[in-house]
Design a protein around this ligand. Structure first.
Ligand code: E4P
Length: 217
């Protein structure tokens, strides 16, 4: 399973990279705004800064919602750095843009996916990644994890190579559950990744080992 971090915060990206288990970064316009990154040039520079920290794919989202605009923006984004993956929303022109980019060998991440049908369309259009938002489904009393299972089943039926990128991960158990049902990638906050580390028996066991070592030395 690949681990992506879902943030535009450079310190958190550095921390995750230093942990040694980071495979990429996802961002979105809200995450950029949260870090105070505004203005086209600053945003583009920030993507390059992220690419220079992490060894892996970095999703950069288009703002346009029409085909011509998405193509123009996506081509600029993909030229920024070889690690950039163009993030395209699951809308009618977005599907056309996914197909266009796929035909040109530009890698894509289809975002804002909330149903198996949307995921099927993204795969048919040649998306590199599909991003089902499981936390936002949970927020409205819908089973987000079940969406990951349904997409896995559909993709396996037909051998689609689009990678299932479980997004809107909110906590550590989301990661475990997504791993169980076969998500290819997860993207979430550093805190959710760090939660995987913790077990009280590890801490108790280590304290005991160190205490016993001290007794004999
Ligand atoms: C995915 O690429 C999105 O950036 C993200 O996972 C959305 O998560 P949220 O629902 O916590 O905002």
């Amino acid at each position: 399973m690949k681990f992506f971090i879902d943030t535009a915060n450079l310190d958190q990206i550095k921390d995750a990279q230093e942990l040694g288990v980071l495979d990429g970064v996802t961002t979105n316009p809200s995450l950029m705004a949260k870090e105070g990154i505004t203005g086209r040039n600053n945003i583009l520079k920030h993507y390059v800064d992220i690419c220079n920290i992490v060894d892996g794919d970095v999703s950069a989202e288009v703002i346009a919602t029409d085909l011509a605009g998405m193509i123009k923006e996506g081509e600029v984004l993909s030229e920024l750095h070889e690690q950039i993956v163009v993030k395209v929303p699951m809308i009618r022109d977005g599907v056309k843009a996914l197909k266009y980019f796929s035909d040109k060998g530009i890698r894509t991440n289809c975002t804002l996916v909330f149903s198996p049908g949307q995921a099927l369309l993204a795969a048919k259009a040649g998306a590199t990644y599909v991003s089902p938002f499981i936390g936002r489904l949970d927020d409205i009393s819908t089973d987000g994890l079940n969406l990951i299972s349904e997409i896995r089943h559909i993709y396996d039926n037909y051998g689609y190579e689009t990678e299932i990128l479980a997004a809107s991960i909110r906590h550590t158990m989301h990661i475990i559950d997504c791993a169980k049902v076969g998500a290819d990638v997860m993207t979430g906050p550093l805190s959710a990744i760090e939660g995987l580390l913790k077990h009280p028996l590890t801490d108790i066991g280590l304290a005991q080992f160190l205490a016993d070592y001290k007794k004999g030395n």
